[in-house]
Design a binder for this molecule. Sequence first.
Ligand code: G3P
Ligand code: CA
Ligand code: CA
Ligand code: CA
Length: 399
Amino acid sequence: MPLAGLRPQQQQQPIYHQAGLRPQRQQQPIHHQAGLRPQQEQQQQQPIHHQAGLRPQRQQQPIHHQAGLRPQRRSSSPSTIRPGLGPSGRGPPATSAAEIHTPPLGLHDNLEAQKLLDKVRHVARSCKELKEKYNIHNDGLYYLTTTRGILYEAFCDMSTAGGGWTLVLSVHENNLYGKCTLGDRWSSQQGNNPNLPEGDGTWSNKVTFGSPEAATSDDYKNSGYFDITAKDVSVWHVRNNAEMKDWTSMSILRYHTETSFLTSHGGNLYQLFKQYPVRFNVGVCNTNKGPAVPIVYDFGNAVNTANLYGPYSRNEFTPGFITFRVINNEKAPSALCSGVSPTGCNTEHYCVGGGGNFPEGAPLQCGDFAAFGWSGYGTNQGWSASLDMTESALLLFYR
Ligand code: G3P
Ligand code: CA
Ligand code: CA
Ligand code: CA
C-alpha cells in the first residue's frame, strides 16, 4: 500500500476530498492535500490508495475520501457533486438497485460536534475572563487555556457573589486510616518519611491530576492552579461523591475571601506556597504562620464552621478565616486551614494537605486530612472532626 504523499493519481478523474470543494476542471487531476503533487503520465490508470485501509478502486472511478461521500456513478461531466444530489447537483442521482445513497451527515447534523464547537468558541484563561469578556453566566464546565496554550476543562461557578470563580483543586480524603498512602496526593503517597519533608511537593509543582467531574471523589488539580492570576479564593466543602449538578445542595460549608490577598502573594497558591513552603521543619508554630484571611460565608456561618471540627480543636482556633501554611507542635506543616485561623499548635486535626512528615505518633498523623480522626473516625469528639467534614471534599476556586 503506497504511503500518503506517494500516491499515483489517476488521469482524467476528478477527486473530491472534502465536502464543499468546488468542481475541478475536467482533465485536471486534483491534489488537495499538502504534499500531493501531480503525478506523471506514466502513472495513468493506476489505482489510488489515499488512506490506510482504502482498497484500490476500480479503474475510472472517482474517489471520495471523506466519510459520508460515496463514490458517484461515473458521469460524462464531473461537475459539482453535493451530498444527496447527483453529479449535476440538480436532482437525485441515478441510482441502481445495488447502490443506496444515504445523505452524508454535515457538521450541523452532529449535535456532539456542535456542542463542542459552541464550547470552544469562548476559550479563556479563567472563568472570570469568560464572564467579563463573553458575558457567560451559567455554571458548568468550560474550556480554559494556559499561557502556554494548554487546553483544559474547568468548572466555573458563575453564581456565587457575582460569579467568575474557577475550580482549580479539590482535597479529598479517600482513606483516613491510610497515613500518607495511596490517594494522599496533597501530602504524600510515599509514607510518613522525614527524608521527604515536602512529601509529594504537590502544592508547589505543576503536576495535575483528577478531573472536574470527579472532584468530590478524588483529589483534583488543574493547570489553573498555577496558571491563573487571581485575587481571591472560594471554598466549598461538598459531600464525597456528589454529582456536579448537586454540588451546591450537597455542600456543608461555602465561603469566599474578598481582600484580594493573592495579589500580594504572587496571584495564586502555586506562588503563595513558594513563599510559604509546605515542608517539614521550615519554621515553628504560630511564629511562621502564613496569611490568615477573613472569609465571607455563602453557606454556613462561624458557629457551624467551628462545629465541623472537634471540641478540643475549637479551643485553639478562631472561625471566620482561611489560613495558609501553618506549622504544628512537631514542625509538621499543613497547606491550609479551612474556615479557621489557628491560635494553637495541633493543626493536624483541622488543617489539610501537609508535607511528608508528621512526627507525633508517626505515622498516625500523615495524610490529606492528617489527624482528622485522632479521637475516632467522624466522632466529632476530642480532636476528631465531624463525620460531615471527614466525608466531604474541599473544593477551592480562584477569582
Ligand atoms: O494533637 C493532639 C495531641 O497532641 C495530644 O493528643 O490524645 O494527648 O489529647 P492527646
Ligand atoms: Ca489518607
Ligand atoms: Ca486525597
Ligand atoms: Ca498534636
